[in-house]
Design a protein. Structure first.
Length: 547
């Protein structure tokens, strides 16, 4: 999942621009305020649900190296009904908002998948599905207007960017502590299976206020390649930065409308061992915090990526920011040979586009270091997203909404999970000895709507339409997990100062101008100086105190 989803105010009107910068400001011209907070997660143990597994007797085929989830190659032959009564009892339509990357699915009136799941729920969920690339803008606008749906999905990376998020949570969303803490979660047995670490992240203002969506991946990005295209050119998968750049020059052929790369700057940073903890922080030898912009590793990565752009190795539609669909350019058209993406991209793209190209083979490039020693991989083990309940709906409605979320969180091996993931047999999937295989209608109508208002115990697979995926994914993950970057602030929940959050996107945009040749590399020092004054030094002080 992944900076495109992580300009500004593209889907809201100018009239709410001031509020969109800070969700709790209503007057124009005011700067975001708030010095940030740090909370020790060990202090919230008494607020957490008691963990309890379901007895489904499903044995994994491949064991993940902790914390990598286990993998399942074969789909369970016999499914069980995990929930015998419909969770919805009021018949009052539930409003919800979730993100999507790619074409938006049809709405409830024209979507057989939504209609089928809603029939099982007993109370319909009416989704507003927003473009994941501009989802943060929509959230800011909603928070500024204090107008949110009953169930709101907030991706974890957006939480990191929204100023004064803890205050917005207190003002807009229900406290779920009494409904879920301790043994209270037993009323929602699917939620009780979630990892305790995921629940710790769902606490703000010393209260449990959201249902986390536990992450089944640990890495924010991978570098993927069209191995079938490399094989055609008799090129091996690169094992170093020099080999990657050499392959990039080899495959780039504008006459054939083929370029090597999309925007791979995050991967270049990892290859150069740029820090990534808490968005890009690490500790110097003297234990003082240092941000990535201030490091020699970042400057080297900046030079590397600027040269990739200068050499014409990036697809021109992406250079020009014309809203090109990078997934299509890579997986469907082969117009990009190497693409940076979240790990969740891999299986879905392979399954969808192999129908068009039977030789399609999407594979991750094994992680390497361009700075000597072991490679470095940033961490992305916090929950994928959080589901919040709008404040003021009342106790009975909270319980109904939690029952809906519980149903949507059913694990592999249940009838509920199959309907959630694959829709209706004969319409959204065909049944095979290896499990359900999605139809074209499924790709059109199913966009993880119910997944994004719930969660589930993390696993990898199974995917009958891509039988090698689970093995390949576990092999990559079990190798890469060894190189996860240690986080000096592990065990602390830090909300960065409002000014720092508000300046994050503008600072990144300035460095993007440097990467794409619109500003010289020599401007980096001035950008860093401006970043420090606009909140960087304040964030440094908070992180130092937090330790």
């Amino acid at each position: 999942m992944t900076t495109s989803r992580r300009g500004f105010l593209t889907i809201i009107g100018a009239g709410v621009a001031a509020a969109a910068v800070d969700p709790l400001l209503t007057g124009c011209g005011r700067k975001p305020t708030g010095s940030g907070t740090a909370q020790k997660l060990d202090d919230v143990t008494g607020l957490l649900p008691v963990h309890k597994d379901l007895a489904l007797n499903i044995t994994p085929d491949i064991t993940g190296v902790p914390p990598v989830p286990d993998g399942y190659v074969r789909y369970p032959g016999a499914l069980v009904d995990a929930i015998t009564e419909k969770p919805g009892t009021s018949s009052k339509t539930i409003t919800a908002m979730t993100p999507v990357w790619g074409p938006a699915p049809p709405g409830i009136g024209d979507n057989a998948y939504l209609q089928a799941v809603n029939a099982e729920l007993g109370t319909p969920v009416d989704f507003t599905v927003q473009d994941g690339n501009t989802y943060g803008d929509k959230l800011n606008a909603m928070f500024g207007a204090r107008d949110v749906p009953e169930l709101l999905c907030v991706p974890g990376w957006e939480v990191e960017k929204i100023p004064r998020f803890a205050e917005a949570v207190k003002a807009l969303f229900e406290d779920l502590t009494d409904h879920l803490a301790g043994d209270a979660v037993n009323a929602y047995p699917m939620l009780a299976t979630f990892p305790t670490a995921a629940w710790r992240n769902a606490i703000w203002n010393k209260r449990l206020v959201a249902v986390p969506n536990p992450n089944d991946g640990l890495f924010p990005y991978g570098l993927f390649t069209r191995k079938d295209l490399l094989d055609e050119r008799r090129l091996g998968v690169p094992g170093s930065l020099d080999e990657l750049l050499a392959a990039g020059k080899e495959v780039t052929d504008p006459a054939r409308k083929v370029w090597a790369f999309g925007d791979i700057f995050a991967m270049i940073q990892m290859y150069r061992k740029v820090p990534g903890s808490k968005g890009g922080w690490r500790l110097r030898a003297d234990r003082t915090p240092e941000f990535k912009y201030e490091t020699p590793e970042y400057r080297q990565a900046l030079e590397d990526m600027a040269k990739i752009y200068k050499d014409g190795l990036v697809h021109p539609d992406l250079v020009a920011s014309r809203g090109a669909d990078q997934n299509q350019l890579f997986a469907r058209n082969g117009a990009i040979v190497f693409m940076q993406a979240g790990m969740g991209f891999w299986q879905g793209a392979q399954a969808e586009y192999q129908k068009i190209n039977r030789t399609l083979d999407i594979q991750p490039v094994p992680l390497f270091s361009a700075a000597g020693g072991d490679p470095l991989m940033w961490r992305a083990d916090a929950p994928i997203s959080y589901t919040f309940v709008r404040k003021g709906v009342g106790r009975e409605r909270i319980q109904e909404l939690l029952r809906i979320i519980n149903w949507c969180s059913a694990p592999l091996g249940t009838q509920e999970a199959q309907l959630r993931d694959f829709g209706v047999a004969g319409r959204h999937h065909t049944s095979t000895p290896d499990g359900p295989v999605k139809t074209d209608l499924a790709f059109k109508e199913i966009a993880n709507q119910y997944f994004f208002i719930s969660g589930r115990r993390p696993i990898i697979g199974p995917y009958p339409e891509t039988p090698e995926y689970v093995r390949d994914a576990l092999a990559y993950s079990n190798e890469t997990v060894r190189y996860l970057e240690p986080d000096p602030w592990d065990g602390l929940k830090v909300e960065m100062p409002a000014g720092y959050k508000a300046n994050a996107a503008p600072a990144e945009e300035q460095f993007t101008d440097v990467l794409r040749g619109r500003r010289p590399l020599s401007d980096a020092d001035a950008i860093v100086k401006e970043w420090r004054a606009a909140g960087g030094d304040e964030a440094r002080e908070l992180l130092a105190k937090a330790l």
